[in-house]
Design a protein around this ligand. Structure first.
Ligand SMILES: Cc1cc2nc3c(=O)[nH]c(=O)nc-3n(C[C@H](O)[C@H](O)[C@H](O)COP(=O)(O)OP(=O)(O)OC[C@H]3O[C@@H](n4cnc5c(N)ncnc54)[C@H](O)[C@@H]3O)c2cc1C
Length: 417
């Protein structure tokens, strides 16, 4: 709906009573052609593309809390496609292209800001590894720029460039088309788009069991009763192992908490995304002025969405090493999300050994940037019961076959997020 400035004032003065819902609040039907478990960005994008591109509209997204309340609303919003291995590079670049048209596609401003991303390096071997990755990116048609020390100084004048620091900066590999997006808006935009195409988005509906007849899924048990389904797609991020436990399937995934932090708002200081792999730290500045930053995982398995102080100390120490002026800022908020770490750092978007049950998970530190691409290929996989060529290597069997996609620095370590 379009609101004029005058009507916005009127709504504000009358307690916003005239505002209509952006998406419906339907009661679950008895049966759907497709059920997507998980109302994060990936689940909502999948439902949107099922309806928009494949004409499958008898679809429900079941969310145990509220949409976007999982990692979609907890991440640090970095978007990039700076991968080296072909499977990753092509998938994430496809996602990047979808990001570039997403606000228009959804008619919803997802505030995609291509302010660039730079990964700092500190020594010659690291520079060579980054040059190799940058060259591979360019061969795959992805933008990549190597910066020497002067180049980094121009981009980020507030870093500590002294030679006697623990990890002296010597340059960086940048992707100018990388950047950030507004995470909630991505969930809301896909939700509104999917709803308008007929998808039922059902919040406060927890899946508690998966009903099967042999190797075929019949539907899901939920906190609101049984709902039948022709096909079931699971996109629950940190809870992937828990949901697959319902069908007795053990996954090559570990769940860990990942923390993030935001400082008080200040004038523009950092106008690109910067990662400091040596100190396990990365940072960007939100449009409100807060510095948003994070680092490494808390090093134990958990489903608790909160972090622990030693990790916070470690992350902040990395940040102050990289940019000493950060020490003068107050931290406003800290939060945590449960991430599902796959054993090679690469996601799983795949059919499973159970007919009509599909998995989308293993996003490690970095699934937000994949949201459009992940929904796009997962919808294709469900609609055709077959992987798209962009996700055929992200199959579950790769862990049994040994065909891992292990990108080390770019995939799983906070080189980038
Ligand atoms: C602190 C932090 C920082 C991050 N930073 C970045 C970053 O900068 N860039 C980046 O690309 N990625 C980042 N990530 C990773 C990214 O947030 C995730 O990979 C991505 O958001 C996953 O989206 P999703 O839709 O799969 O999961 P989610 O948004 O978590 O959605 C899954 C949903 O499933 C629901 N659910 C779970 N179990 C059930 C059930 N049984 N029944 C019904 N619903 C269920 C949950 O409530 C949840 O809403 C970060 C993650 C964290 C925690």
């Amino acid at each position: 709906m379009h609101y004029s400035a005058l009507s916005l004032v009127k709504h504000a003065l009358t307690g916003n009573r005239g505002w209509t819902r952006a998406w419906r609040n339907p009661e679950p039907k008895k049966r759907y052609d497709v059920i997507i478990i998980g109302g994060g960005g990936h689940g909502l994008a999948t439902a949107y593309y099922l309806a928009r591109l494949h004409g499958i509209t008898n679809v429900a997204v079941l969310e145990k809390g509220y949409i976007g309340g999982g990692n979609t609303g907890r991440n640090t919003t970095i978007v990039r496609s700076n991968y080296m291995l072909n499977a990753n590079s092509q998938f994430y670049e496809h996602s990047m292209k979808l990001w570039e048209g997403l606000s228009r596609e959804l008619n919803y401003n997802v505030m995609f800001s291509q302010r660039g991303i730079i990964n700092l390096f500190h020594n010659d071997p690291q520079r060579d590894a980054f040059a190799r990755r940058g060259n591979a990116m360019r061969l795959n048609g992805v933008d990549a720029v190597m910066h020497d020390l002067d180049g980094v100084r121009k981009l980020l004048p507030h870093l500590d460039f002294s030679k006697n620091t623990r990890f002296p900066v010597t340059g960086g590999l940048a992707q100018p088309r990388g950047g950030t997006a507004r995470h909630d808006a991505v969930a809301w935009g896909y939700a509104r788009g999917a709803d308008r195409l007929g998808v039922d988005i059902i919040q406060r509906c927890e899946v508690t069991g998966i009903k099967r007849d042999g190797d075929k899924v019949l539907g899901v048990e939920t906190s609101r009763g049984f709902i039948g389904a022709g096909q079931v797609g699971v996109a629950v991020a940190g809870n992937t192992s828990r949901v697959f436990d319902m069908v007795g399937m053990k996954l090559p995934i570990e769940s860990h908490v990942l923390q993030a932090y935001v400082t008080e708002a200040i004038k523009p200081l950092v106008d690109t995304v910067c990662t400091f792999g040596a100190g396990h730290f990365y940072i960007s500045q939100s449009d409100k002025g807060g510095l948003v930053f994070g680092g490494d995982l808390d090093g134990y398995n958990t489903y608790a969405q909160r972090g622990n102080l030693p990790t916070f100390n470690h992350v902040v120490a990395g940040g102050v090493t990289m940019m000493p002026c950060l020490a003068r800022l107050r931290i406003l908020r800290q939060w945590g999300g449960v991430v599902d770490m796959s054993m090679d750092g690469t996601p799983i978007i795949s059919k499973t050994s159970i007919d009509n049950l599909y998995i989308n998970g293993g996003w490690c530190y970095g699934g937000f940037k994949a949201t459009p691409g992940s929904g796009w290929v997962f919808a294709h996989t469900i609609a055709h019961d077959k992987a798209h060529k962009l996700n055929r290597d992200f199959k579950l069997e790769r862990f049994r076959e040994g065909s891992l996609i292990d990108e080390k620095g770019a995939g799983a370590i906070p080189n980038a997020h």
